[in-house]
Design a protein around this ligand. Structure first.
Ligand code: SF4
Length: 331
């Protein structure tokens, strides 16, 4: 099937009626000619608006433990094989994380996500983070609280839920087929098991991936269908920001158009899921960032784990300039 053979109006109607995009159509959409991308974005905008109107949710990250990970994820500056010059420290204190949560709220965030560089949390990590969740949720009840702690058991997830966490992030990152090319210290199936543990504990799941690591179109489609099958609640899509002295430091495969086509396919396969433009959007989308909002309904502000990003004021101008509006804070 070619892109030209697709009736975009009918495709959108099918998706809005609850139908699943078939794989051949999804493949043809991902291969959309650049000169037809605006048509694709206009069609996808109808799906985005149906669930989220013109609202954009803002999320702020805290790199709660940095640079001491035992894993070898090739894209990551904090992995054991990275030689990137990044801050290295153990888990921040509850007081520090609490102050950062307050700062996140003041900078317009709807969600605050504490991310730890680790294979999975130790007992003391879960205890400290549970204490932090209790305090953050008591002080700032409207702030959505998310944690990203690597591989987790159901019991660990339950402990954090009881303490006030609402979401756990754990990305699949790419397809099951391509996963061994980007990480050898754990498997794609390990990651799926964590998502299932999180769901069984009653927490919402945040699970997406990274494009631009050398994957094929079929890998992108596999990931997009996997997120649909897992019915994830939140879906961050990162656009690889190659970091010096990591195995992917020379990866330069992305174009703004490629990024936009991918987010369109993720949106059509996950029409009611929160889809987020995550790391690398400033670097890889450049002047086409406003088009992202036609597919995604959420972005990060104030940078990423070890790379900088746009602050709230600049991001607000981007959102409003594109004809969208930030989601009101409830805290
Ligand atoms: S598990 Fe997380 S922190 Fe560790 S190397 Fe992989 S992505 Fe980086």
């Amino acid at each position: 099937m070619r892109f030209e053979d697709i009736d975009l109006h009918r495709t959108v109607e099918h998706v809005l009626a609850g139908g699943e995009l078939d794989r051949e159509t999804a493949r043809a959409l991902l291969a959309c000619p650049d000169e037809r991308l605006d048509d694709l974005l206009a069609a996808v905008m109808r799906v985005r608006e149906a669930s989220f109107g013109r609202r954009v949710k803002l999320c702020v990250l805290s790199n709660a433990q940095s640079g001491i990970c035992s894993e070898d994820c090739h894209y990551c500056s904090q992995s054991r094989i990275s030689r990137a010059d990044i801050p290295v420290y153990r888990l921040k204190t509850t007081d520090t994380l609490l102050r950062e949560a307050e700062a996140a709220l003041q900078s317009g965030a709807n969600r605050y996500c504490m991310v730890c560089s680790m294979r999975g949390p130790a007992v003391r990590d879960v205890a400290l983070l549970a204490e932090t969740c209790e305090q953050v949720s008591r002080r700032f009840p409207g702030l959505e609280l998310c944690l990203s702690l690597g591989l987790m058991s159901r019991e660990q997830a339950s402990e954090l839920k009881s303490a006030g966490a609402g979401w756990i992030n754990h990305n699949l990152n790419t397809s099951r087929r391509f996963y061994p090319s980007i990480c050898t210290t754990h498997t794609w199936d390990d990651r799926v098991a964590t998502i299932e543990n999180v769901r069984r504990a009653g927490l919402k799941t945040c699970c997406g991936g990274i494009i631009g690591m050398g994957e094929t179109d079929d890998d992108v489609l596999d990931l997009a269908y996997a997120t649909r099958r897992l019915a994830v609640d939140s879906l961050p899509i990162n656009f690889l920001s190659p970091i010096g002295k990591t195995p992917l430091e020379n990866a330069r495969w992305l174009t703004p158009e490629r990024c936009l086509k991918a987010v369109c396919v993720f949106r059509l396969l996950n029409p009611q899921t929160e889809v987020r433009a995550a790391g690398g959007r400033e670097l890889n989308l450049g002047a086409r960032q406003p088009d992202l909002f036609k597919a995604v309904n959420s972005i990060f502000v104030n940078g990423y784990l070890t790379t900088p990003g746009w602050d709230y004021e600049r991001t607000l101008r981007l959102i409003e300039g594109a004809g969208f509006e930030p989601e009101p804070q409830s805290a």
